[in-house]
Design a binder for this molecule. Structure first.
Ligand code: DX5
Ligand code: ZN
Length: 246
């Protein structure tokens, strides 16, 4: 599997001093920042939008290569993922990870009369994100079967293939929830089919749960409360990394 990428979720950082929290976390050894965008519609919570991302972006050096240190991994828990791509690219998002469920329902959720062929398919959306010059990720909620992703990952058109898959290990919406070990068969199935794929897990990751996630084959590790709630965040980041790379 690819090497560990540790992506602290700034959802658990001090929102009153977010810029400093971002630069501190990178200084403590984080690879990426995981930026949770919630619209109060796709999930029952609201965080912040592109103007805030623009402001915090300047606190962290922009990565020169794809997936390098300083990557802004924007987890888009929003109902209309296509609508916000350009704003987030401008704001400095490097990886735009949308939810499969939102892409499938986007237009339909607002206007059920719209025919299914007018919806943005996940493949179209991935191509659209790539066309804007950034990487694309696709996320699945706990109740979504992993097999829905196979057709997308197997696309013969490289532009339609996501650069990362996010397997949610909690119901999206809030930090500090309990890790769902029953999501691990999804990670195992993905790792078996796609040895080189970047597989991200998000929700309830800590020193207690990392071994389970690493054994299943996850390599991109999101951790919010475990990092920002720690006495020694650098130590937690190192332990998460060691558990994946061992
Ligand atoms: C939940 C978010 C997560 C959250 C994880 O909807 O997607 O990124 O910040 O928080 P912890 O690590 O505390 O479970
Ligand atoms: Zn997240």
């Amino acid at each position: 599997p690819p090497p560990a990428i540790i992506a602290p979720s700034i959802l658990s950082a001090d929102f009153g001093a977010l810029g400093k929290a971002c630069s501190d976390t990178i200084g403590q050894g984080a690879d990426w920042l995981h930026v949770d965008i919630m619209d109060g519609h796709f999930v029952p919570n609201i965080t912040f939008g592109a103007p805030v991302v623009t402001k915090i972006r300047s606190h962290v050096d922009r990565p020169k290569q794809a997936f390098a240190k300083g990557t802004f991994d924007c987890h888009m828990m929003i109902s209309e993922p296509k609508k916000w791509v350009k704003d987030f690219v401008k704001a400095g998002c490097d990886l735009y990870c949308f939810h499969y469920e939102a892409a499938m329902n986007s237009t339909a959720a607002e206007s059920p009369e719209v025919e299914s062929d007018k919806k943005t398919s996940p493949k179209e959306l991935i191509k659209y994100i790539h066309d804007q010059g950034i990487r694309a990720g696709i996320a699945i909620k706990p109740k979504t079967d992993v097999s829905v992703l196979y057709d997308i990952l197997d696309s013969s058109n490289e532009e339609e293939v996501p650069d990362m898959v996010l397997v949610m290990t909690v119901e999206p919406g809030f930090g500090g929830q309990k890790f769902m070990p029953d999501m691990m068969p999804k990670v195992e199935a993905l790792r078996k089919r796609y040895p080189d794929l970047n597989i991200e897990v998000d929700g309830g990751l800590s020193e207690k749960t990392i071994d389970t996630a690493a054994a299943a084959g996850a390599n991109v590790i999101v951790a919010g409360s475990a990092v920002f709630g720690a006495q020694d965040p650098a130590d937690v980041i190192q332990k998460l990394r060691d558990a994946v790379d061992k």
